[in-house]
Structure formats: C-alpha cells, structure tokens
Design a protein around this ligand. Structure first.
Ligand code: NAD
Length: 310
C-alpha cells in the first residue's frame, strides 16, 4: 500500500468506506479527504485524527495522494470533481491510480477517462461501482464491479489490495466502463424482480395465501431468488429484510430510480429490447415521489403498488 491515499465523497457509502481505510491502512499511510459538506470532513477527521487529513479541494487531495478513491452521487458530480475548477485533473496526476466507485452513466465516466488520458499516459482511472448498500459498506462486505480485465492491467494487485480493505468481492468485468455497465444491468434486474415479487405475492395473498408460505414456495420452486427471500418486499416474511423494519436502512427508492433510469438509457443506446423497462421506471418514479415510500428501501414498491390497486 502507498504512503498516501485520497478519498472524495464522504456520504452514506463513502463515510464507511473511508473509515475502513483509516482503520486498516498501515499507520504510516495518510488518508487525505474532501467533501463539499464541511461537517462530513470534520466528523471523520475527529474520529481518526492520526490517519485522516482534511483537504480543501480535489486538487489538493490528488497532489498529496498516490491512490485516489471517489464515491459521488451522479455523473455531473464526478465530472465536477475531476474536470472542474480545482478538480483532480488540475493537480499532479502523474503515475497515479484513480478509482471511481460511483454509480454513474458510462458516458460521463468515459469522458473523464478520456480527459485524463489526454493529459497523461502514466495515470489510470478505473470504474468500480459497488453493490451491498450502506449496511455492506459499514460491514466492509460490499462487492466491486471493476472496469478492467483481470489479466490486462499491471494495477490489478494494487487495486485488489485497496478494494479488499473496503469490501469482500471484486469482479473484473472486462474493460473500461464495463464495471458500470455490469452494475446497471444488475440493478435493472434486481429492480424488476422486486416489482415482479411484489405483484406475485400480492395476488397470492389476495387469493388467501400466507406470504411466508409463498416465500417457501418460491424458495423451493423455480422462482427462487434473493429479492423474494432476504429482501422480501412484503413485511414480516424475512425478519431482517428492510420491509420488516418499516423499509428502513436499505437501498433508497430514489437511488433505484436513478440506476433504473441509467440502465434504460444504456439499453436504448446499445439497442437492447427491454419490454419491462418503461413500466419499471414509471413504478420507481411514482414510488420516489409518493409520501408513503420516498426515502425508504426500494422494495417499498410493494407498498406503492398495493396502495394503487385497480
Ligand atoms: P450520498 O449522496 O450519501 O454521498 C455522496 C457524497 O458526495 C455527499 O457527501 C456529497 O456532499 C458529496 N459530493 C457531491 N458533490 C461533490 C463534489 N463536487 N465534491 C466533493 N464531494 C461531493 O450518496 P451515497 O449513498 O454515498 O452513494 C454514492 C454512490 O454510490 C452513488 O452513485 C450511489 O448510486 C452509489 N451506491 C449507493 C448505495 C447506497 O445504498 N447508498 C449502494 C450502492 C451504490
């Protein structure tokens, strides 16, 4: 591990990821951090005063760091951090390893990567979006979908060492931006399954079935999957699912709407025929704006659909 690292974006996910680095990096390694919300920077600096150093801009972070991790909401924020005033690319990037863990559109990522390669051939930027949510980030058990092939990068060992400090699985996806394409494909599928499971359970329950019996049937039958089981949208089926705790502490429905919309844009761009996509997006848009659902775990689509019966 290098002597100095940087982390930009200390939100719901980034705060835990940076905390793991602060706790697990060798004591001699310093971690420079930046976020536009000063209270987030102050908070983590107070918690790890011997390891974490406050920076005042992305430029200052990269000037001080050999490896940089970014964890930001959307493409526009990633572009602002890398390409904006006092951004990463205005600093000393020579020979550095940059890893963006944000879930964003592939075009924004490739624009930043292209700008970096125009500036230097010695620095490398990888997409490595994550899955596992805030709970996974806190536990250090998130998965990374990495935008490179296992065999074609000399950075693989270093990337594996760093990401392993924050998560438990790293899946190389083949090439630049393919980590993002994989993440969007995954979230499209899991978003569709949550809606399908909500509908299937609702019709079963209205026919007189206990949802716990239905869950057992799916688990024993061909419909077996994690969303109907560990993340069951119907409350009371799986005790640890967010639905059984008022849909708290999960993957916010607004984030699912964002990822779903990015996935559909990608589908259109590559000419994929996604017949369920528009209905899915409409459902997540509706739930994101519904007072009974917004800010809650995305599996709250069950409540949204149940409340909007024909
Ligand atoms: P968040 O909004 O909680 O955190 C993002 C942080 O980035 C905020 O603290 C914000 O102040 C900071 N930021 C924004 N613009 C900035 C700028 N110009 N300079 C510096 N800092 C800036 O988001 P999050 O939940 O941590 O998610 C981050 C990314 O991870 C998103 O792309 C999200 O889709 C993805 N993700 C989230 C989850 C989840 O469950 N929350 C799970 C998997 C993936």
């Amino acid at each position: 591990v290098s002597k100095s690292m940087g982390f930009i974006g200390l939100g719901a996910m980034g705060m835990w990821m940076a905390s793991h680095l602060a706790e697990k990096l060798p004591q001699s390694t310093k971690l420079y951090v930046f976020d536009i919300v000063p209270a987030l920077v102050d908070g983590i600096c107070l918690k790890y005063p011997d390891t974490i150093i406050q920076a005042t801009s992305p430029k200052e972070v990269i000037d001080q760091s050999e490896i940089l991790i970014t964890m930001l909401p959307e493409g526009k924020h990633v572009k602002a951090v890398y390409l904006g005033e006092n951004g990463v690319l205005t600093g000393d990037v020579e020979g550095k390893l940059l890893i963006d863990c944000s879930t964003i559109d592939t075009a924004s990522f490739l624009e930043v990567k292209d700008a970096l390669s125009k500036k230097t051939s010695t620095a490398h930027l990888y997409d490595a979006p994550v899955s596992g949510g805030v709970i996974g980030a806190k536990k250090g058990s998130i998965s990374f979908f990495l935008g490179c092939a296992e065999e074609d990068t000399k950075d693989m060992d270093q990337i594996t060492t760093i990401l392993s400090l924050m998560g438990s699985k790293i899946i190389p996806c083949g090439g630049p931006s393919l980590g993002l394409a994989a993440k969007l494909s995954n979230n499209y599928l899991s978003g569709i399954i949550a809606i399908a499971c909500s509908e299937a359970m609702d019709m079963g329950m209205r026919s007189g079935l206990d949802p716990r019996v239905l869950a057992k049937v799916y688990a024993a039958g061909t419909a077996q999957n994690t969303i109907c089981d560990r993340f069951c949208p119907v409350p009371g089926v799986y005790p640890e699912a967010p639905s059984s705790h008022g849909y708290q502490d999960g993957f916010k429905v607004q984030l699912m709407k964002k990822d779903f919309s990015l996935a559909l844009d990608m589908a259109r761009r590559v000419g994929s025929n996604n017949v369920l996509g528009d209905a899915g997006l409409k459902t997540y848009e509706g739930a994101s704006e519904d007072e009974r659902c917004k800010d809650l775990d995305s599996r709250v689509v069950f409540r949204f659909l149940e409340g909007n019966e024909n």
